[in-house]
Design a protein around this ligand. Structure first.
Ligand code: IYR
Length: 252
């Protein structure tokens, strides 16, 4: 107060004004802007470049196919690490990141996964063969045999977390879990393709065995296994087509 009184009246008003402005600014900062920083790393392209980039990206992704025959050639672990890091950049409900990825390179563990998966598949194909679901799969040529689970160098098991647990054991709710993990899985598939590898989204018919085999808590839900590696030299893929833009979209 004393120091304020020693200021001339004009200066006092200015001083007071700037103090209030700073206080106000700090209030706004703490209420709205706390934990925000400017958008970084955004890069705008010219419309011409944008058009070309979108077209080239489509051309690249159009070439992706699900592959069921893998080479046993090894792949660098670093590539998988970066692909998982790419998936981890996915948006998620309330940014809770409700996923866990287990990258399996170990031959013994892959063998166990294959055995357990094939057991579930034998049951599935026995029950579904003549049902609608079984018939819908006929053109893919799938059956209960899953050799790729052992041949492929890497199986990335993706788990969805309906919630997580705090260190005190309290449940932390997760939101839009299926959407979030689906987006992350899509980005993982894209990253693997971009690295020059192929993948298969394999969904075991009865996937619960994965929790115990891979040491994941029982509340996590096995989402899919992304079988990853090089294609077998003789790999063949089914003749399929994708729906046209007109069929899948409406522009208003
Ligand atoms: N999980 C089984 C069945 C299967 C189901 C769907 I939907 C597919 O697109 C392909 C297969 C299997 O992998 O054989």
């Amino acid at each position: 107060m004393i120091s304020v009184l020693t200021l001339g009246s004009e200066n006092f008003i200015l001083y007071n004004y700037s103090l209030n402005a700073i206080r106000e600014e700090m209030d706004i900062l703490s209420e709205q802007d706390k934990g925000f920083h400017p958008l970084r790393n955004y890069r705008e392209y010219t419309q011409e470049d944008m058009i070309q980039r979108a077209s080239l990206f489509f051309e690249s992704l159009k070439g992706r196919r699900s592959v069921r025959s893998f080479s046993d050639r090894t792949i660098p672990m670093e590539v998988i690490e970066n692909c998982i890091k790419t998936a981890s950049t996915a948006p998620s409900g309330a940014n809770r990141q409700p996923w866990h990825f287990v990258a399996v390179f170990d031959g013994e563990v892959k063998k166990k996964i294959r055995e357990a998966a094939e057991e579930g598949e034998r049951e599935f194909y026995r029950k579904q063969a003549e049902q609608a679901w079984g018939k819908a799969l006929k053109h893919l040529g799938t059956n209960a045999s899953k050799p790729f689970l052992e041949t492929a160098p890497c199986l990335i098991a993706i788990f969805a977390q309906p919630y997580s647990l705090s260190p005190e054991g309290e449940k932390i709710p997760h939101y839009y879990v299926t959407q979030s993990v689906g987006i992350a899985a899509g980005m993982l598939i894209t990253a693997v393709h971009n690295a020059g590898l192929v993948s298969l989204t394999y969904t075991p018919s009865d996937p619960r065995f994965l929790n115990e085999l891979l040491g994941r808590p029982s509340y996590e839900q096995p989402f899919m296994i992304l079988v990853t590696g090089y294609p077998d030299e003789e790999a063949r893929v089914p003749v399929i087509s994708k729906k046209s833009l007109e069929e899948i979209s409406t522009f208003i």
